[in-house]
Ligand binder design. Structure first.
Ligand code: 5RP
Length: 224
């Protein structure tokens, strides 16, 4: 029987949990991302809650799930060192650059990724791409800047679509940008960052992942 995407997400989460068991220094803080793959990981992490000092979380949803398992969640401001961050992605290329933010948590995810020493990305095989951009690039905007930012994005060659009804954990809105021809993800990430009113964009190219654990029907592939 074919392995479903949900099963692959679960296997990627299990691989991350095995990685954590091997590499995590008891008593330190762990960074935890957002999404359905990470949810499987959080459920596994509960087994290790006595070894974990606390978690830093990239969304209210993950915070709630961590706390429900009895894992303490602390503010990133109270943490001087973050050895490890586990998170999913919507797309990942062979250089471990990603598109993230399908779950609208991109800003906190990017902050935690920046602060972490090692970013381990967990995905199922369907997220691996030759070139980023088939998945629309999420851009978090200050609400009053939505139309202005949208016009600037059109000038960069993208087609922004407002994710209506979605308000991020930071009180902002999301534009999903379709049809970007992403030849140079770092450059585009910088160009998007330079638009006034943009809080964060979902291209994680300047700071990509350090390691990807990719689940497929053949098992787990580790990409460095
Ligand atoms: C949330 C994200 C997630 O990592 C991304 O959307 C992948 O989610 P899932 O594991 O549910 O496929 O960036 O903002």
């Amino acid at each position: 029987m074919a392995t479903s995407q949900e099963q692959l997400k679960q296997q990627a989460a299990q691989a991350a949990f095995d990685y954590v068991k091997e590499h995590f220094k008891p008593g330190s803080v762990i960074g935890v991302g957002t999404g359905s793959t990470v949810n499987f990981f959080i459920d596994l992490l509960a087994e290790m809650k006595h070894d974990i000092e606390a978690a830093v979380s990239s969304s209210e949803a993950s915070t709630e799930r961590l706390k429900a398992h009895g894992i303490r969640v602390v503010d990133l401001n109270s943490v001087s060192e973050l050895p490890l961050y586990i998170d999913g992605a919507d797309e990942i290329d062979s250089h471990l650059r990603m598109v993230k933010g399908g779950g609208a948590a991109l800003t906190r995810e990017k902050i935690i990724a920046a602060a972490a020493q090692t970013f381990v990305c967990i995905v199922d095989k369907s997220k691996q791409v030759g070139r980023l951009g088939n998945f629309p690039v999420p851009v978090e905007v200050i609400p009053m800047a939505r139309s202005y930012v949208g016009r600037q994005i059109v000038r960069l060659g993208g087609d922004p679509v407002w994710r209506e009804g979605v308000v991020t954990d930071n009180g902002n809105w999301i534009l999903d940008v379709h049809n970007f021809d992403i030849l140079d993800p770092i450059h585009l990430e910088q160009q998007l960052n330079n638009i006034v009113g943009v809080v964060t964009n979902g291209l994680f190219a300047q700071r990509g992942a350090d390691l990807a654990l990719v689940a497929s029907a053949d098992g787990i592939q580790t990409v460095k």
